[in-house]
Ligand binder design. Structure first.
Ligand code: NAP
Length: 339
């Protein structure tokens, strides 16, 4: 049997293009004792993958040239010679952008039936959902009546942060790159206001209007110059959660006004990074249960932007940097499945 795989053809300079990837066909070998063969159903497409396309020293390894791209995925066991897995089990894992990966069981885990479609394990119940949950609750520490501003607000992480902050009684203001996204944030997700950074010329003025009581939490998913505006409006003991820097992953020149440090000092504010890796499994299970319950109660909504076919994966990744997605960007290889 043969399978298709997406490999890194050449390293990008700036925003990647489809020329940086190649789709190849390789023979699929027989599995050995202790292994499973998986049919890939969904691939997660994430901003951090851009960083892995360039050699770097980070918490994750770079992709090797001519090697298959790896990331989180959902699949179905096709054949098992592993005692813990049987045919038709649905698993989540960290595997390749390929049709039929083989695993020895260490990088996959069985997904028990869920109240939502299985691919939610890559979005609202997966890394983006848990990043939002713990980044906000552990670092942002929201209190009822406080104001939070979220950048990258209509994305997988940002849209969850805003809704969890609403559950905790905050005033929630989002910054995103389109009017459609902002209409979704305000009308569907219950945000109190939203700014379109691509059309708004006076972001600081707009923030002043939308945050009349100042800013208590800034949840930053983009890592750009807005931090300069935000710090002018922070309240004493404000918290700034550094979650992601998507505006920097393609090598743009950072613009940080050194005055932000004085504003942080004077307000005794805290600026802290958050990283999902290394999360205690018991805490993540408890968070997943709470998020699932919120979904069942209609307090959390989520959206997925799904592109079809393995060959659509490179464009889906590139599209993240052009803001084409609302909510979680996924690639579907299999047919629709429900738990
Ligand atoms: P996402 O927000 O669903 O998708 C990326 C969005 O970023 C795009 O839709 C686009 O929306 C916006 N964007 C792209 N380029 C931008 C730029 N130059 N300036 C401003 N906005 C830009 O992605 P996600 O998976 O939820 O990730 C959001 C952030 O969290 C990323 O920085 C990611 O690396 C980070 N993250 C961190 C952790 C962690 O453990 N710390 C875990 C997961 C993700 P617009 O239309 O609004 O431009």
């Amino acid at each position: 049997m043969k399978e298709k795989q997406i490999i890194l053809k050449k390293r990008p300079c700036g925003i990647p293009s489809e020329e940086n990837f190649d789709m190849i066909e390789r023979e699929v070998r027989e599995i050995m004792d202790g292994e499973v063969q998986i049919q890939t159903l969904f691939l997660s497409v994430d901003p951090y993958m851009r960083e892995r396309m360039t050699p770097m020293k980070s918490h994750m390894e770079s992709f090797g040239l001519k090697e298959v791209i790896t990331g989180t995925m959902i699949g179905k066991i096709m054949e098992s010679k592993h005692p813990d897995f049987t045919e038709d089990d649905i698993v989540s894992g960290f595997l390749g952008w390929q049709e039929f990966p083989i695993s020895n069981g260490t990088n996959i885990r069985k997904i028990e039936p869920l109240p939502v479609p299985y691919q939610a394990m890559l979005s609202v119940l997966g890394s983006p959902g848990l990043t939002a949950y713990f980044g906000l609750l552990d670092v942002g520490k929201p209190k009822s009546g406080e104001t939070i501003v979220i950048s990258g607000a209509a994305g997988a992480v940002g849209s969850m942060v805003g809704q969890i902050a609403k559950i905790h009684g905050c005033r929630v203001i989002g910054i995103s790159g389109s009017d459609d996204k902002n209409a979704y944030l305000v009308n569907e997700l219950g945000f109190d206001g939203a700014i379109n950074y691509k059309t708004e010329e006076d972001i600081e003025g707009e923030l002043r209007k939308l945050c009349p009581d100042g800013i208590d939490i800034y949840f930053d998913n983009v890592g750009n110059e807005w931090i300069n505006n935000i710090t002018k409006l922070i309240n004493p003991f404000a918290r700034i959660v550094l979650c992601g820097q998507i505006s920097q992953y393609n090598g743009e020149t950072p613009y940080i006004d050194p005055k932000i440090f004085g504003r942080i000092t004077k307000n005794r504010a805290i600026m802290q990074g958050y990283l999902i890796s290394g999360l205690d499994p018991q805490r993540s299970e408890a968070a997943r249960s709470e998020i699932a319950q919120w979904i069942l109660e209609g307090r959390i909504k989520y959206t997925e932007t799904i592109s079809d076919g393995l060959d659509s994966a490179p464009k889906a990744l590139i599209d993240l940097f052009h803001g084409k997605n609302i909510g979680k960007q996924l690639v579907r290889l299999g047919s629709k499945i429900r738990s």
